[in-house]
Ligand binder design. Sequence first.
Ligand SMILES: [Zn+2]
Length: 394
Amino acid sequence: MGNATKTTRINRTITVDFQDKATYWHLLSDGHAFVEFVVAFLLALGFQLSHKATCPGGGGCLTRHSHYARVRLGGLTIWRIQCTACKAVFTVLPHCVLRYRCMGPAVARQALLATHGGLSLAWCAVMCNISPMALYRLICALGHQSVVTVLTRCQLPLPGYLLADEKHSHCLTDRVYLPTLVSGRVLWHLGYSASKSAAAFTASYGDFQRAALQVEPSYCVRGALTDGFDSTTQVGVSAPVRQGLRSKFHTLLHRCRQRTSLRVVALGQRLRHFADYIATTVGADHGERVRHWFQNKKAGWYTVLADPRMPAMSTLLDQAHNAIDRKLFMMKGFHHPSGSQAVFLTGLAHLYNLIPYQRRALHAGQCGVEVEGGCLPTHDWMLNLQILTSGGFR
Ligand SMILES: [Zn+2]
């Protein structure tokens, strides 16, 4: 404390795929070949290193800078390379090493896969012979890069159309909310909020907006479908009644969407009928509340019906939510109020986007990013995770 000149160290670590350990050992003895290999790898990826702001255009020339030994990895030598123009130093981690971790990628791969599959952190840790806290920290380490950063590194365009909803969850005994943005099979935002207020959700979605604007200053969402019938919890209809109404309501929206002509007129008519139906079956005051709720939401639904590219069904969002919910339920013991929930959840979002679907699933062997048309650095999801969440890229 009291050190006014304290600067935060920028993480300029990059993971490089050296194919096998023998190649890496071989290159360690030849500085020139080492730098050439790294440069060729970066060219193939198409990523730019994060030089200092003062670096002249072109990024200067890379040279071998210094090395250190990882004692915990049996004295493995790690090289640093430096830009001759701006003096920025990049740590080059070979594919067989995780940043700051003594855990090898093979162990991490098993543990992350089991976590993603819904096994508790504690059980994953037992199976892989690591501490649950080490696994928790590993997921947090991945979560330091934002979802937008990682997805745009996969060349996915920023989403024009989004599904947005807040998943209700628990942090020990507190109710918490996870504001979520989904486009197709990819999670673009998974936030954390202890407050249910619209302001808190707006702030969380604002994180996505800010990250997106950094990538593309002119970015704006063309359409977002927010909540379905579930948000009628505030309307005061009891849960079982709401469930019944929910399916009726979804059928109503779906039918209107299928009618290409007169869709908008049909929706207005049907909403009125639906509110009347609630008034007669559940009670006049409920009918009035639902009518009021329709008034607030109608504009959004009209947008859905008017633009055929708008996602009308929230199935994929529900799937994402269920997958995340299973994991949060399984990590109860680590879900403590002073934990780094936002970072942990971002880590989980990366797993959701980058771990391939199982053998028997639709799109088996592909991950969400691939299904949505993104490009991945390698065929290995764990290595992709290591490379894409590296801090040394612009
Ligand atoms: Zn530079």
